[in-house]
Design a binder for this molecule. Structure first.
Ligand code: ARG
Length: 470
């Protein structure tokens, strides 16, 4: 229980004009240090760059700059070694670091914040953080695509039913299924590069909202911090959270792809399908039914997509209707951003683990193919003999009806039977009943023939190589 005690006003960095004390419940409600401490390094980097900038315009002397820089180095070390102690009144990472700096370097520490506001500071810290975080997500995603490609290559000869409406439709290659998700991830990776580039923009030097009155060189500041560009409007700079919204949307779409992927695999590892079997490392048992092996890893991947969507929708509601520039509502950005990052890193690592360890059951996949799935092939056979597709489709339907009448499968119809439907059927119709021939007719780019799937692998591999080079 929180007891209502007053907190001394003079401890606050922003406390100058306040005479009353903060309600401790408000204190807790207002504080973000419990989660924004994660940006300690970025906060220090931002300050080290800023002190250089204000030295250039004469706000601090060279000596003071060095002192502040050294103090910040000490703070960095304290965070690194888990020795930084958070004190009451350390509302957020910015106030905590500044408080500590003053303890370490004395009066000149108070000069660091000249012309700066937590408004331009927090945006800068977050951008530095997310640019790195996005780079690490890119690496995890690339590893996932690599596993997809490896399996697609090794298991290129495995056939399975392809589905529409979750009904068996046409035979496809298992690799074709795997790669369908690799292409979604490729688009996600391309989107990631774009949003990362937009996030790489510097708000620092915009002050609370109106700009910086000491003429700091913001372009040099951006360069120093490794950001691509600067905001050209200070009002926009301090309140723009598009980079957070974009990240949350990006993660939400990516996790939607992975949720669908997980759903496919959940189905494929049921006894009814029995196409794949998850490794024990990614499944759990039932506390009641000893025979059960549950695909919890995949269910969690599917479930967490909902949570990521929630982070996005929640934060968009926060931003909607905010008046111009900084408002404290924006503090909500960080938990959404961190949670999305953590959740997504987990999803991706587990997904990579699941895919690299699952076993496929070629026999069950093959057994799930049935001659009725070749009905389209009959139509194509007739098309190749000169019959317009619409008529050929009808004739293939007649063959299906004939097989039903004779209580046999399509492949069991004799050429004589087929000739009763259309005289163009000949001995060569027998080649239709091989599933390998069926898949290999889809040889135009993007199809499920071996040649087309190899082409896909080649294109993805080349792209992957390129991305890794940059
Ligand atoms: N902790 C705050 C946030 O995360 C920092 C900015 C506070 N600015 C202010 N004017 N109160 O948004």
């Amino acid at each position: 229980m929180i007891t209502r005690m007053t907190c001394p006003v003079e401890k606050k960095l922003w406390g100058g004009r306040f005479t009353g004390a903060t309600d401790p419940i408000m204190e807790k409600f207002n504080a973000s240090i419990s989660y924004d401490r994660r940006m300690w390094k970025e906060d220090i980097l931002g300050s080290q760059a800023y002190v250089k900038a204000i030295e250039k315009v004469g706000i601090v002397t060279g000596e003071e700059k060095d002192q502040i820089h050294k103090g910040l180095e000490t703070i960095k070390e304290e965070w690194k070694t888990d020795k930084f102690s958070i004190k009451p009144g350390d509302e957020d990472i910015h106030t905590a670091n500044e408080r500590r700096l003053k303890e370490l370097v004395g009066i000149c520490g108070g000069k660091l914040h000249t012309g700066r506001s937590r408004n331009d500071q927090v945006g800068t810290d977050m951008r530095l953080w997310i640019v790195n975080a996005e780079a690490s997500l890119q690496n995890i995603l690339l590893a996932f695509v690599e596993v997809m490609l490896k399996r697609a290559k090794e298991e290129i000869d495995v056939l399975m039913p392809g589905y529409t409406h979750l009904q068996r439709a046409q035979p496809i290659r298992w690799s074709h299924w795997i790669l369908s998700y690799a292409w979604m991830i490729q688009r996600d990776l391309k989107r990631l590069t774009e949003i990362r580039e937009r996030a790489s923009c510097l708000p620092l030097g915009s002050g609370a909202l109106a700009g910086n009155p000491f003429g700091v060189d913001r372009i040099a500041l951006a360069k120093e911090l490794g950001l691509n560009e600067i905001f050209w409007n200070s009002l926009d700079a301090v309140s723009d959270r598009d980079f957070v919204v974009e990240f949350l949307f990006w993660a939400s779409l990516l996790s939607t792809h992975l949720s669908r992927w997980a759903e496919d695999l959940i189905l494929y590892c049921t006894k009814e399908f029995n196409f794949v079997s998850l490794s024990d490392a990614y499944s759990t048992g039932s506390s009641l039914m000893p025979q059960k092996k549950n695909a919890d890893s995949l269910e969690l991947i599917r479930g967490k997509a909902g949570r990521l969507f929630g982070n996005m929708a929640g934060f968009m509601m926060t931003v909607k209707g905010l008046p111009s520039t900084y408002n404290k509502d924006l503090q909500e950005d960080k938990e959404a951003m961190f949670d999305t990052f953590d959740t997504l890193s987990g999803i991706l690592q587990v997904a990579t683990g699941v895919l690299s360890t699952l076993k496929i059951n070629r026999e069950s996949m093959k057994a799930a193919l049935s001659p009725d799935m070749l009905a389209t092939d009959i139509a194509y056979y007739l098309v190749r003999k000169g019959i317009p597709f619409r008529d050929a489709h009808g004739l293939a339907g007649n063959c299906v009806a004939l097989a039903e009448k004779k209580n046999c499968s399509l492949s069991e119809l004799s050429v004589a039977d087929l000739k009763t439907v259309n005289p163009l059927f000949e001995e060569d119709v027998q080649k239709l009943w091989h599933y390998e021939n069926s898949v290999d007719q889809y040889s135009a780019q993007g199809g499920t023939s071996k040649k087309s799937v190899q082409e896909q692998i080649h294109i993805l591999e080349k792209w992957l190589e390129d991305v890794k080079k940059h």
